[in-house]
Ligand binder design. Structure first.
Ligand SMILES: NC(=O)c1ccc[n+]([C@@H]2O[C@H](COP(=O)([O-])OP(=O)(O)OC[C@H]3O[C@@H](n4cnc5c(N)ncnc54)[C@H](O)[C@@H]3O)[C@@H](O)[C@H]2O)c1
Length: 437
């Protein structure tokens, strides 16, 4: 059966279900719950989009199916999330049998495009984790599919919802700095969080597009959104200096490693009950080692990265991402014709943690003032719950334009893709040469 035929049939089926739902909930004026399915039931799927959505948003949505390429993991995920719905390894079958309104895509990054396009084709709305996808060819497919099938894609840019990000956008939108001329943006991942990317599927460009895409998509989106601008051209450099083939010794994974005693990065997954259930207990299905060695010789992503980016508002940015630093955090400054906004946010010691982030607004020939921003409770410093409220609760206002669609998804990931191509080809890359909108 073709996608179009299936869509038409499902539309009719859904009309009947919606009618039945209205009758069951008391007719017009009450809202039927949205039927959700999820594909990719790993760490992020079960935590951010699973357990909490099933519990906190049960007045608005219900899970009707879960799907993963790993047969065992999807069963474990069902237990963790605490739902009763059927589980699948076949995505089309799940859609056919459960007739969802919305598909949540939380697979590894390189598979997002496949499920986004198929979900749209089968008449579903899509919520996808970042990055929307991993390269320019897949990005083009996603953009074309959204246009063709006329259904919306929401990209889960939770970083826009942190108190720090909101304050940044408010300052820039106020116009106090005048036109933005340049941005200094430096992101630090520590020897725990940074290293973890090199243990997992992220360590290969074919899975994650590299940290330029997987991680920096958040950062590039923050800049695009905060300045209300889009990238035009990118020039980048990258090295692999600490992980991968750079180290003198290596093993297969931490559990079996002969260098346990000497390796500062040794991680004992057996002490983490959730990881044992979700990953170790499911290894027999796909051989995926969650505690794989950081020093595998075939790792092909970078741990040391710098880029220059030019934007369509005239600003230029100097950006870096380093993945083996002694602490986590970032330093971000916006320079304008009238002054400068400095933001310093460090997650861990040795910085004092009395203030979670430091904002300093300094005006040329004028005042310099310090503004304290306190982060909220909840995942990613309070950003995750705000993003979910915006997506799942009806009628939540959006004064800061935090809801992100495919254009924002594309512009942020393409900045990273342009950086990758710039390193590969040794030349600056124009965004307009990657994808046609
Ligand atoms: N916004 C954030 O802050 C944030 C944080 C963490 C992860 N993420 C994103 O969430 C997604 C999942 O990451 P994770 O950390 O949960 O990884 P994970 O490895 O824990 O889970 C990925 C799941 O996808 C499944 N999968 C892989 N290929 C598949 C395919 N072709 N079809 C179906 N299932 C497939 C795997 O079996 C696994 O269960 C990624 O896109 C990642 O970028 C976002």
């Amino acid at each position: 059966m073709s996608g179009d035929e299936l869509s038409r049939r499902e539309f009719l089926d859904r009309t009947v279900i919606a009618g039945a739902g209205l009758a069951a909930t008391g007719g017009l004026g009450s809202v039927a719950k949205k039927r959700l399915v999820m594909v990719g039931t790993g760490g992020r799927g079960t935590s951010m989009w699973g357990t909490d959505v099933a519990k906190t948003y049960s007045d608005y949505v219900e899970f009707v199916g879960l799907c993963d390429s790993n047969r065992k993991r999807v069963e474990v995920a069902k237990q963790i999330i605490g739902v009763n719905c059927p589980t699948y390894t076949d995505f089309d079958r799940m859609i056919r049998e459960t007739r969802p309104d919305t598909v949540i895509v939380t697979t590894r990054d390189s598979a997002h495009d496949e499920y986004i396009v198929r979900a749209l084709e089968l008449g579903c709305d899509v919520i996808t984790e970042k990055p929307m996808t991993t390269d320019e060819v897949k990005c083009q497919k996603v953009i074309d599919a959204e246009k063709k099938y006329g259904r919306p894609i929401i990209v889960g840019f939770n970083a826009r919802y942190s108190a720090i990000a909101e304050k940044t956008r408010e300052y820039l939108a106020s116009g106090v700095l005048g036109p933005i001329t340049s941005v200094d943006f430096h992101w630090y991942l520590d020897t725990q969080h940074g290293a973890d990317y090199f243990r997992r599927w992220h360590a290969y460009r074919r899975n994650s597009g590299s940290l330029w895409v997987h991680k920096a998509t958040h950062h590039f989106d923050l800049i695009n959104w905060a300045m209300d601008a889009e990238p035009v051209e990118v020039n980048a450099f990258g090295d692999l200096r600490r992980y991968g083939k750079s180290n003198k010794f290596r093993g297969v994974n931490c559990r079996t490693c002969p260098h346990k005693a000497d390796c500062k990065f040794h991680w004992d997954i057996t002490k983490n009950p959730t990881a044992m259930k979700l990953y170790v207990g499911c290894e027999s299905e796909d051989g995926y080692l969650r505690d794989a060695c950081l020093f595998r010789e075939d790792i092909d992503i970078w741990d040391t990265m710098t880029a220059n980016v030019r934007y369509n508002n005239g600003a230029i940015m100097s950006y870096s991402l380093n993945a083996f630093m002694p602490y986590e955090g970032y330093s971000m400054s916006f320079n304008g014709i009238n002054g400068r906004l400095d933001i310093r946010a460090y997650d861990r010691q040795p910085w004092p943690v009395t203030s979670n982030a430091e904002f300093r607004l300094s005006l040329n020939f004028g005042r310099s003032e310090l503004v304290e921003v306190r982060v909220s409770e909840g995942g990613h410093m309070g950003a995750d719950p705000k993003l979910k409220d915006m997506i799942f609760k009806p009628g939540v206002p959006d004064p800061l334009r935090q809801r992100a669609g495919s254009r924002a998804g594309a512009m942020s990931l393409l900045t990273g893709v342009a950086a990758v191509r710039s390193i590969e080809r040794g030349t600056p890359i124009r965004i307009a040469d990657l994808v046609k909108f």
